[in-house]
Ligand binder design. Structure first.
Ligand SMILES: N[C@@H](CCC(=O)N[C@@H](CS)C(=O)NCC(=O)O)C(=O)O
Length: 215
């Protein structure tokens, strides 16, 4: 299958889509991008629901029509189909570490950021959780989410005082999710990395200089 047969259904403002865009850019994989307008609720159209019944972005569609949703599943497919420049580690040990740290970043940093944003944004009223069902916002989750993001910053500042990258001494999907988390928490929650978190700031500057991060 040629690389150009990959289609990524995505939205530019979506942090989950950015996790995949950065991955593609870092690996040098070409995929045509097909915009899904979340503001216009295009994710609920019959055409998109046929591609992703969960009605969320991103979705990667392969040349044979197979539709893959969920960021880790998309990464998993791409990592096996395009093994050059591995981003989920080289060896069994590195693969486990990259997966473990990426999941920890998602659980402790990315998800709390999304929870705080989704429970606060007036435009997401009645849509506190992405997906097929509607859930009302719970204002108390906004403050708790912000507190958890601050704890994530402190914990990962300590981690990055010991190692160069989140998973150890190699760049990986764990750095991608951490980078997307910091940028989204800064923009949407006005929670930038605190000035005294020197190790996290050093890591952020290093990662920001990679060309793929602009994706
Ligand atoms: N667990 C899913 C999360 C996908 C997700 O929540 N996407 C958001 C955009 S960041 C979405 O589609 N939102 C649509 C909505 O809120 O209706 C994944 O890994 O892809």
């Amino acid at each position: 299958m040629s690389k150009t047969e990959l289609k990524l259904y995505q939205s530019n403002g979506s942090p989950n889509c950015r996790r995949v865009r950065i991955y593609l850019a870092e690996k040098g994989i070409c995929a045509s991008t097909i915009p899904v307008d979340l503001a216009a609720k295009e994710q609920f159209s019959d055409a998109y629901a046929a591609i992703n019944p969960r009605r969320v972005v991103p979705t990667l569609v392969l040349g044979d029509g197979t539709a893959i949703g969920e960021v880790p599943a998309i990464w998993r497919y791409l990592e096996e189909a395009y093994p050059d420049r591995p981003l989920i580690g080289n060896t069994p040990r590195e693969k486990a570490l990259a997966t473990m740290w990426e999941r920890q970043v998602e659980l402790e940093g990315f998800n709390p950021t999304m929870e705080a944003v989704r429970n606060a944004a007036p435009v997401l009223k009645g849509r506190a959780i992405a997906g097929s069902h509607d859930y009302e916002q719970i204002p108390a989750l906004v403050e708790r989410g912000k507190r958890r993001v601050k704890d994530f910053y402190a914990d990962f500042n300590a981690r990055l005082a010991e190692v160069g990258f989140v998973a150890g001494d190699f760049f990986s999907i764990a750095d991608i999710t951490a980078m997307v988390t910091v940028d989204f928490a800064t923009k949407a929650l006005s929670l930038p990395i605190p000035n005294d978190h020197m190790a996290l700031r050093r890591w952020y500057e290093l990662i920001s200089s990679r060309p793929g991060i602009a994706a």
